[in-house]
Design a protein. Structure first.
Length: 311
């Protein structure tokens, strides 16, 4: 029979884990025509997450786990899971039940019957977001879609079921600075998108705050677009032309009409504005340079402390 690997990154999810495991087991019973592998990635949790995973493995050999030496982030967790998975199809899911396990049945049927390489989910409503977060989220997806060299689907989630060919293509991209939503689009393959309403978490609290989301958004912009660099160069050229024209106007006014050069307060404001603009674009260049610096160092994406094979 074909096998489906369920990759589940976990970070301090002791409250959600038992609920998720129970539900995914129910799904596996309904899908008795395929084999399952449950691959949990413990991303350096400080609670009882690893202990629970060991208990699951002791009674269910379909459960595998990889425990990191520290917290490396969800991107590293997803990559480790994809790299270690053995299934013919691989699904990435969140353990908080915001990715309903029941959807795996529908996703598998679509892949098999409609000849897709991937079935992915997105949320268009964002009803659980605050007004501010919803505003920035909508603006961001419109912005990144214009800048990016690959298609960015608004509201796209990491929850998706992929064929082995697509997973192998993703794993072959070993870049250190990872933005999986962009990588999923970059590798191509035929994808069907399903709109669904994200349910609330069953337990625990989200690990994402505004700062982390902002940093992740910047990661996506730098990883799949060089437009900010081009934009900074174009704005620099524009301001040079404006300054050249302004100099000509001042010289002509002084020579023809003997108009004295004045306006030091306004000049100081202009200097402050241009200085701030220069620092901003210097920061943009620094972001790209820092990513190149991290790639050149070739550090591992994650370090494994233990797996189910170490028992």
């Amino acid at each position: 029979m074909e096998k489906i690997s369920i990759v589940v990154p976990c970070y301090n999810e002791e409250e959600s884990l038992p609920i998720f495991y129970e539900e995914i087991c129910k799904v596996s019973k309904k899908m008795n025509y395929v084999d399952f592998e449950f691959l949990f990635i413990d991303d350096g949790s400080s609670d009882k997450t690893l202990k629970l995973l060991k208990e699951f493995n002791s009674k269910d050999k379909r459960v595998r786990y990889i425990s990191f030496s520290r917290n490396f982030g969800k991107e590293a967790g997803m990559y480790a899971g994809l790299e270690s998975s053995t299934g013919d199809f691989v699904a990435i899911m969140d353990v908080d039940m915001q990715d309903p396990p029941e959807m795996v049945i529908k996703m598998y049927d679509i892949i098999k019957k409609e000849d897709y390489d991937c079935v992915a989910l997105y949320t268009s409503s964002h009803d659980d977001y605050s007004i501010i977060r919803k505003f920035f989220t909508n603006c961001w997806y419109k912005f990144i879609d214009k800048l990016s060299s690959v298609k960015q689907v608004a509201g796209a989630r990491d929850f998706r079921l992929m064929s082995r060919k697509m997973v192998d293509a993703i794993v072959s991209m070993k870049e250190y600075n990872r933005y999986s939503k962009g990588i999923f689009s970059f590798v191509g393959f035929k994808t069907k998108w399903i709109d669904y309403k994200t349910p609330a978490r069953v337990a625990g609290k989200t690990k994402w705050n505004f700062i982390k989301l902002f940093k992740y958004a910047m990661e996506g912009m730098v990883a799949f677009s060089t437009t900010p660099l081009v934009l900074s160069a174009l704005i620099g050229i524009l301001f040079c032309l404006i300054a050249f024209v302004a100099i000509i106007v001042i010289i002509v006014k002084t020579l023809v009409w003997s108009d004295p050069v004045s306006g030091w307060p306004s000049l100081a404001c202009i200097i402050m504005f241009l200085s701030g603009l220069q620092l901003f674009f210097l920061g943009v260049i620094g972001m790209y340079l820092s990513k190149a610096y991290l790639e050149v160092k070739q550090r591992p994406l994650y370090i494994i402390k233990e797996t189910e094979k170490d028992k």
